[in-house]
Design a binder for this molecule. Structure first.
Ligand code: GTP
Ligand code: MG
Length: 442
């Protein structure tokens, strides 16, 4: 099609045509429903609340079954996320339900970082979905979507106000997940206190800018009930799987010495309202909001972080291909810069090492010269000592010879002269020996 044809066609106004008879595309919604039913649904609930606040009991009450529950100890060092997935079926609808428990929430002495594992868990599920979307061979059709669709935030029924941990955690989560705040164990608080508590909670959430999930009012079919229910938030709930006989009916309730709190009695608590809003009316909206609002925000931030953008600096559309090319060029330039930097670093290092080696060589040379001088000095001293010793030895030998000669002469003289002149002889021979000795030493 030529460019002008395309222009003319797109400029043409859309026209409404009437059909001559039944064509059949009015079955599209039914096709969609049967396809969805065949595919099944997944729904993921995150339960955040203090240990023992009644999370597991409420889940069992909501889905009218007994999920495997494992009580948490109060001694967890950090908050740990524990997901459990169950396959449920009601009529012909399959539901893959994941309940994620924030185990150990509120049990640490320092609660500053309590929200972090929860935020990280939510982000990891978004990241896994994004990675699947970005794959060349995607299998989103049978992908087990683990993104959190709703966070039930269990508020302790103090009757006072929200704890700072509640406000900080909800604030950190509100851009990532649909939060529905609920007052847990609301049977432990009186009706008038509960009323004031609800007002206090809502005003604290508003003044701290915490965005909680609002039941949608844009769909006419549910707009009325949803807007009424929005005014009831936060729901004050009671959980129990125990059956108690009231009148001639068995109902789920909590029995006390002074009476019975019926879980499904709207004048006793808001359990029915919660079940209605969470499961029966807005489950699909929660799934949709997760995808179109929270996941979209995560995806946008992540892609922008990676350098992708929709428009260039002049506000012109920027295709994925162009982004890829720009990124590739940037990457190559960066690579070259890094390469050059490393080469320069290597050259500098070699130069540094070379000069260090030269310095070491000079030091060694100096040391060698010094040792050489010491050695020569020592040698000269030894030579001198040797000469002195030799001279001493010669002198000794000469004296030895002289003594021997004198001894000889004295022996000869003794044998020739009579004994009476012994005294004189000894005297004269001694003076002669002395004279000889003087001669020798001279
Ligand atoms: P961990 O998983 O160990 O953190 O506890 P949890 O939050 O799952 O609490 P769980 O449902 O195990 O309930 C703890 C206790 O609170 C149990 O004895 C429940 O019977 C009781 N409980 C649960 N819901 C309610 C409630 O609505 N009102 C009252 N009064 N007690 C409740
Ligand atoms: Mg539990």
């Amino acid at each position: 099609m030529a460019a002008t044809d395309v222009e003319r066609f797109s400029n043409e106004e859309k026209r409404n045509l009437s059909l001559g008879g039944h064509v059949g595309f009015d079955s599209l919604p039914d096709q969609l429903v049967s396809k969805s039913v065949a595919q099944g649904f997944s729904f993921n609930i995150l339960c955040v609340g203090e240990t023992g606040i009644g999370k597991s009991t409420l889940m069992n009450t909501l889905f009218n079954t007994t999920f495997e529950t494992e009580e948490a100890s109060h001694y967890e060092n950090v908050v740990r996320l524990r997901p459990r997935t169950y396959d449920l079926q009601e009529s012909n609808v399959q539901l893959k339900l994941t309940i994620v428990d924030a185990v150990g929430f509120g049990d640490q002495i320092n609660k500053d970082e309590s929200y972090r594992p929860i935020v990280d868990y939510i982000d990891t599920q978004f990241e896994n979905y994004l990675q699947e979307e970005l794959k060349i061979r995607r299998s989103l059709f049978n992908y087990h979507d683990t993104r959190i669709h709703v966070c039930l935030y269990f508020i302790t029924p103090t009757g006072h106000s929200l704890k700072s941990l509640d406000l900080v955690t909800m604030k950190k989560l509100d851009s990532k997940v649909n939060i529905i705040p609920i007052i847990a164990k609301s049977d432990t608080i009186s009706k008038s206190e509960l009323h004031k508590f609800k007002i206090k909670i809502m005003s604290e959430l508003v003044s701290n800018g915490v965005q909680i999930y609002q039941f949608p009012t844009d769909d006419e079919a549910v707009a009325e009930i949803n807007s009424v229910m929005n005014a009831h938030l936060p729901f004050a709930v009671v959980g129990s799987t125990e059956e108690v006989k009231v009148g001639n009916k068995m109902v789920r309730a909590r029995q006390y010495p002074w009476g019975v709190v019926q879980v499904e009695n709207e004048s006793h608590c808001d359990f029915v309202k919660l079940r209605e809003m969470l499961i029966r009316v807005n489950m699909e909206d929660l799934r949709e909001q997760t995808h179109t609002r929270h996941y979209e925000l995560y995806r946008r931030c992540k892609l922008e972080e990676m350098g992708f953008k929709d428009t260039d600096p002049d506000n012109q559309p920027f295709s994925l291909q162009e982004t890829y090319e720009t990124k590739r060029k940037e990457f190559l330039c960066e690579l070259q810069r890094k390469e050059e930097e490393m080469r320069q670093m290597f050259v500098n290092k070699v130069k540094e090492t070379e000069s260090e080696l030269k310095e070491k060589e000079r030091e060694l040379h100096e040391k060698f010269e010094h040792l050489k001088r010491i050695h020569q000095e020592e040698k000269r001293k030894v030579e001198e000592k040797r000469r002195e010793l030799e001279e001493e030895m010669n002198a000794f030998n000469r004296r030895k010879v002289a003594v021997e000669t004198l001894q000889c002469q004295s022996l000869q003289a003794t044998s020739q002269q009579p004994l009476k002149k012994d005294k004189d002889k000894k005297k004269s021979s001694f003076s002669a020996w002395l004279g000889g000795l003087e001669l020798v030493t001279q």
